[in-house]
Design a protein around this ligand. Structure first.
Ligand code: PLP
Length: 467
């Protein structure tokens, strides 16, 4: 208990320690770890329970695209809740907000999509996409074509299926996942490329060859789909090398494998355009959306189907009977109404454009002010999704032996400077995805705080604390 902690607050802290199971936490240290207890938010700012103001440069979990405290979204939720707080979407039940949102999304998405199924999280939207793909191949009379390939370092969620798509071993170990039929190919991680690879072109050829080898080893007739984030987020902010998705697309086409773009992080302006797929010439057959769809104000996700996929699914609809999939909260009226209001703000305030402009400014500042530092081996990203990566030896890109520990140290050093950033398992990173409202002067404040934190981060690295 600090001097600022009231008795009532302390009771809550004790109850949290005693009874809450926090996601992605150490069950061991969670019991007595100091809590980051926040009470309110405004724009890019979070205010702690003891009244201290932090810049949330992580944007929550890469999701608070319009920033905290938007009364307009509160009003949209409140008025929809008063009017019709709940309606299921099973069978023929429907309501205005989900229809309006669907039309709006289809107008913003790349062309070729025509159906949307709503869920509540990125994980369930990926699960839904897997089921839709399985059904697609059943309808096409090829029930053996069911395996899914995703990538090492990819993050697609943490349900049994989405966790199986995820390519981060730390998310697998405890749970007997990935389940059979979920495979992983090499990450398009230029920073961690094998030493024998000299150019991006060579790397792209290598990655496409690795994917093709896996497909051939498993049997092309057994592979249904390939899942990828345009930029891997939770795995370490990994933008693709030039030409990567074009090369992957050629392999997938050769074996009639569907492409799924998981734009849970990159959607809704995060990388400077509404969606990141067109930027990298990704031509998805399905897409996964969540997070920025409501800027985190309420849970909502979308599984988006191309005409190619929906045509097949609907072709057998009469014979198949009911489509046996859906959630109590699918297309929830309040969540979809808030999503519409959120998209309205993104459009009206031109926030994707701002993400491109201020993102470029912030990345330039990071390069100018931190690029020459001894342990800063990479600064990368797109729009307002970026990271600084630390390595023990930046010339050879040799990571710290205890990279996760170094990463945690960096997060804590930033937290001490009232700056919230994120890391990635097994890497030493300072990753950021601030609200897309970020101004240049707010970006300067992020850099100032990072610079102050760097004094301690570098000191610990110089002392060899992480080997
Ligand atoms: N897909 C991507 C790319 C993500 O980054 C995440 C979450 O971070 C998910 C899926 C899972 O989303 P959720 O945590 O809402 O289940």
């Amino acid at each position: 208990m600090t001097s600022n902690t009231s008795t009532a607050q302390q009771r809550l802290i004790d109850a949290d320690h005693a009874h809450l199971l926090h996601p992605f936490s150490s069950l061991y240290s969670q019991k007595n770890k100091e809590l980051a207890f926040f009470e309110s938010g405004e724009g890019i700012w979070l205010t702690s329970a003891s009244g201290e103001k932090y810049i949330d440069a992580a944007g929550g979990l890469w999701c608070t695209n319009v920033g905290y405290g938007r009364q307009e979204l509160v009003d949209a939720a409140s008025s929809q809740m008063s009017k019709l707080c709940y309606l299921h979407s099973f069978s023929n039940f429907t309501h205005e907000p989900q229809i309006e949102l669907t039309e709006k999304l289809l107008s913003l998405l790349p062309s070729g999509f025509d159906r949307i199924f709503y869920g509540l999280s990125g994980s369930d939207a990926n699960d839904s996409n897997v089921k839709l793909i399985w059904r697609y191949n059943n309808v096409l009379g090829r029930p053996e074509k069911k395996k899914i390939i995703a990538r090492e370092s990819g993050y697609h969620g943490s349900t049994v299926t989405a966790g199986s798509l995820t390519g981060i071993t730390a998310a697998h170990r405890a749970f007997d996942i990935p389940r059979p039929g979920f495979l992983h190919t090499v990450a398009a991680d230029w920073h961690r490329r094998p030493d024998h690879i000299a150019t991006e072109e060579e790397f792209v050829r290598y990655l496409a060859d690795e994917l093709e080898k896996l497909i051939l080893a498993e049997g092309p007739d057994t592979i249904a789909a390939f899942f990828a984030e345009p930029i891997s987020g939770s795995g370490g902010i990994i933008p693709p090398p030039a030409g990567y998705f074009e090369a992957i697309d050629a392999v997938l086409k050769r074996y009639d494998i569907l492409m799924v773009a998981d734009e849970v992080i990159t959607g809704f302006g995060r990388t400077g355009t509404w969606f990141a797929s067109p930027r990298y010439n990704i031509k998805p057959d399905l897409m996964t959306l969540s997070k920025g769809i409501t800027s985190g104000y309420l849970p909502l996700s979308a599984s988006v189907l191309s005409e190619r996929v929906s045509k097949v699914l609907y072709s057998e609809a009469e014979a198949d009977g009911a489509f046996g999939h859906g959630f109590t909260a699918s297309g929830h009226p309040v969540c979809t109404a808030v999503a519409m209001a959120n998209i309205d703000i993104l459009e009206r305030e031109k926030l994707p454009e701002n993400a491109a402009k201020v993102g470029a400014y912030l990345q330039n500042q990071l390069r100018e002010q931190l690029g020459d530092r001894p342990f800063v081996s990479d600064i990368r990203g797109e729009g307002l999704l970026m990271t600084i990566e630390f390595d023990k030896d930046k010339e050879t890109r040799t990571p710290f032996v205890q990279a996760s520990k170094a990463g945690h140290f960096a997060i804590q050093a930033c937290h001490d400077e009232k700056l919230v950033i994120r890391g990635a398992r097994g890497r030493a990173l300072a990753a950021m995805a601030p609200p897309l409202t970020l101004t240049e002067s707010e970006a300067d404040q992020i850099v100032e705080r990072l610079l102050r934190a760097f004094t301690r981060i570098e000191d610990a690295m110089h002392k060899g604390e992480f080997d």
